[in-house]
Design a protein around this ligand. Structure first.
Ligand code: SF4
Length: 295
């Protein structure tokens, strides 16, 4: 198997499969081929979805991507990444046939997770999209999106969004263990702003117990970074989410176990209150806030 690599630390060969280690965890990488690059998106404002990687090594505890794609594989989510190496070529064919509309890049998995540093599939797809000036909306938790700033600047219609869940990087590291830190995301937003690239922030899912006192400071920084949109989203019930979150909540926030059960399996008035209060705090810092509706 050949891997396209650049100057960042490459994966190590381990038996037949290339594996890289991140935060003490092995992630197996394989090359895969896609039959189509663009799929129809149900997300507001996005007509197409483009996901260069299947699997995601960030390991967010609240991830519901496996449920979205009906993942039934045996390998735990977060332990493998399939790099769809033919996607740029496939995309170039589809761009000739499909009507132009906005493409959401990274609607299911992070398009700038670490293997992108070696494969550059997202970059090569963007190179195809910019040739025809298709509108693009990128969503990530990875600082490496700034590696493509010069390319992103060439789009007439583009925006780049980051997810945040907390101002406390210790909590962030617990719930999104292998994604970029809060500071790295803020720095990346700053570089995108300086490059004139419109940005947005998705704050969610809102996790009671990890929203800390520093949240006003985070919102103020986001306001100063001139983000275009700020949306707040609730924690939603999907297969596997509670199983993944539960050990963390039981260990770090045992007093909130019942609250989480209510949020996921029933209705929690106090959670509705937390959502509204959070939105008010963000508004108070000058952000223009939208509460995400049920898709
Ligand atoms: S970045 Fe997204 S897809 Fe990847 S683990 Fe986190 S929530 Fe799941």
């Amino acid at each position: 198997m050949s891997l396209m690599r650049d100057d960042r630390e490459p994966p190590e060969e381990n038996g037949d499969e290339p594996v890289f280690q991140k935060e003490g965890k092995d992630v197996r990488i394989t090359e895969a081929r896609c039959k189509s690059a663009l799929s129809k998106s149900k997300l507001t404002g996005l007509e197409y979805a483009l996901n260069p990687y299947k699997g995601c090594e960030h390991g967010c505890l609240y991830c519901y991507s496996p449920a979205v794609i009906h993942y039934e594989g045996k390998e735990p989510w977060g332990s493998f990444v399939e790099a769809r190496v033919n996607m740029p070529v496939q995309l170039s064919h589809e761009l000739r046939k499909q009507p132009m509309a906005t493409v959401g890049v990274g609607t299911v998995t992070d398009p700038y997770q670490q293997p992108e540093s070696w494969f550059r599939i997202t970059r090569h797809c963007l190179e195809q999209l910019v040739l025809k000036q298709w509108p693009v909306c990128i969503h990530t938790k990875s600082k490496t999106v700034v590696d493509d700033i010069e390319l992103l600047k060439q789009f007439k219609d583009i925006e780049v969004g980051f997810t945040f869940t907390t101002a406390d990087d210790k909590e962030r590291a617990a719930v999104e263990p292998r994604a970029s830190s809060t500071r790295e995301r803020l720095d990346a937003l700053g570089k995108l702003k300086d490059a004139g690239i419109p940005t947005f922030v998705y704050f969610g899912p809102v996790l009671p117990g990890i929203i800390t006192e520093g949240i006003e400071g985070l919102f103020k920084e986001l306001k100063d970074l001139s983000i275009k949109r700020f949306s707040v989203d609730r924690l939603r019930m999907h297969k596997g989410v509670w199983e993944s979150l539960r050990p963390f909540i039981e260990k770090k926030h045992p007093e909130l176990v019942d609250e989480y059960r209510m949020i996921l399996y029933g209705q929690s008035e106090s959670y509705e209150h937390i959502l509204l209060e959070l939105a008010d705090t963000a508004r108070h810092q000058g952000l223009s806030v939208t509460l995400v509706e049920e898709p």
